[in-house]
Design a protein around this ligand. Structure first.
Ligand code: V47
Ligand code: SF4
Length: 359
């Protein structure tokens, strides 16, 4: 083990890559602090002491979804109690509130609605942009893009170009879950394959859209599945450089249909964030999404290779429907406080990581 840490430390220092076998050995190691120290070293080389956040708002336009992934407590059927679809006016009202509160980004995702036409999505983006020309719209996962392509009988490349034309600025990283088929068959059998997710993201990158990448961890997957997931992302990033941040999403078990599901412990969360930082040497940013991690683990994660805390969020449904105990929103002051008390330098960024203000 001492040899393993020694080898990885030299690799980080010289810019060499760690192998899948070494990564698996890190996951199997119990030495959390040694892993964290390596991740902090890797992060410091890329980001120094800076920790990024943004002022944003999440909007989930509908929770009605034809997919019904077993880990998802957010989705509903059209007849289910609690299902909703926001009207364009409601969406624009939420965006106007966010704009007035100083947001620079609107993050929009939703379920795969059986009846909404593709025009609904194009109009939504175009209307948001025309009312608020300064706001960046980060919207739709590869899963939604594939669905739009299917309902319009169009190639996904055309869907991407129409959304770009309407004003789409970039894409979030959802829908990746665990890319390996054996796990997807169990947790999201109706969702697009991991290969299709990667293919659509590659097309988005080639069309000039930046995206993020996520990994939903702590359900039925094992360490090999996580390493396989990381490898495929690192390979794609080598080809496109289109990913901005990697976001490990800690699985929230309440109201889901994963048998025997438990929450993710603090050790596994920190280890997974740290190993991601070490392995994904071609990703600039590792995001600690406080909604799923909890505020305390998200703050401690800043010593384990994490350099981004996402944003103010304002209204979160996906994690909270599954039992996330975090607040709905964070104020800018709260985020600044979390970062400063971790001994780091807070930097407000826009979606594309232009630095707006250092504190
Ligand atoms: O794709 C669903 C996940 C994702 C659960 O790109 C769950 O900046 C935990 O992708 N427990 C959507 N996670 C959220 C997402 C995201 C969030 C913040 C920032 C960005 C970004 C992206 O949430 C889904 C799915 O992987 N999810 N159910 C659950 N029970
Ligand atoms: Fe639908 Fe997304 Fe939930 Fe799966 S994770 S059921 S695709 S909303």
């Amino acid at each position: 083990m001492i040899d393993l840490f020694h080898t990885i430390r030299s690799k980080i220092k010289t810019g060499a890559r760690i192998s899948d076998e070494e990564t698996l050995a890190l996951f199997e190691s119990r030495d959390l602090l040694a892993i964290g120290e390596l991740a902090a070293l890797a992060n410091r080389k890329i980001n120094g002491e800076k920790v990024y956040f943004n002022v944003n708002r999440h909007i989930n336009y509908t929770n009605i979804c034809v997919n019904r992934c077993t880990f998802c407590a957010f989705s509903k059927g059209v007849e289910d109690e609690g299902c909703y679809t926001l009207a364009l006016n409601d969406i624009l009202e939420k965006v106007a509130e966010a704009n007035a509160a100083g947001a620079t980004e609107i993050h929009i995702v939703g379920g795969l609605h059986p009846d909404l036409p593709f025009d609904f999505y194009l109009e939504m983006i175009a209307a948001i942009r025309s009312d608020n020309p300064g706001l960046h719209v980060k919207a739709f996962t590869a899963v939604e893009l594939d669905y739009f392509a299917r309902i319009t009988n169009q190639d996904v490349a055309l869907v991407i170009s129409e959304l770009k034309e309407a004003g789409l600025g970039s894409m979030p990283g959802g829908g990746a879950e665990i890319l390996r088929r054996e796990v997807r068959d169990k947790i999201c059998p109706e969702k697009i394959s991991g290969e299709r997710w990667l293919e659509i993201i590659e097309q988005a990158h080639r069309a000039g859209l930046k995206t993020n990448a996520t990994m939903l961890f702590g359900h039925l997957e094992n360490y090999e599945d996580r390493v396989d997931h990381l490898r495929r992302l690192r390979d794609l990033q080598d080809r496109t450089s289109g990913f901005q941040a990697f976001i490990p999403l800690a699985f929230q078990p309440d109201n889901t249909r994963i048998p025997g599901a438990k929450g993710v412990g603090g050790v596994d969360a920190l280890k997974t964030l740290a190993i991601s930082r070490i392995y994904l040497d071609n990703f600039m940013h590792i995001k600690g999404y406080w909604v799923m991690l909890g505020l305390k683990i998200a703050q401690v994660a800043l010593a384990f290779g994490v350099n981004d805390l996402d944003g103010t969020v304002v209204e979160e449904k996906i994690g909270h429907d599954a039992g996330a105990a975090t607040p709905q929103a964070l104020g800018k002051e709260e985020i600044l406080d979390m970062i400063r008390k971790a001994g780091k330098v807070p930097v407000e960024r826009d979606t594309l990581y232009n630095e707006l203000k250092s504190y």
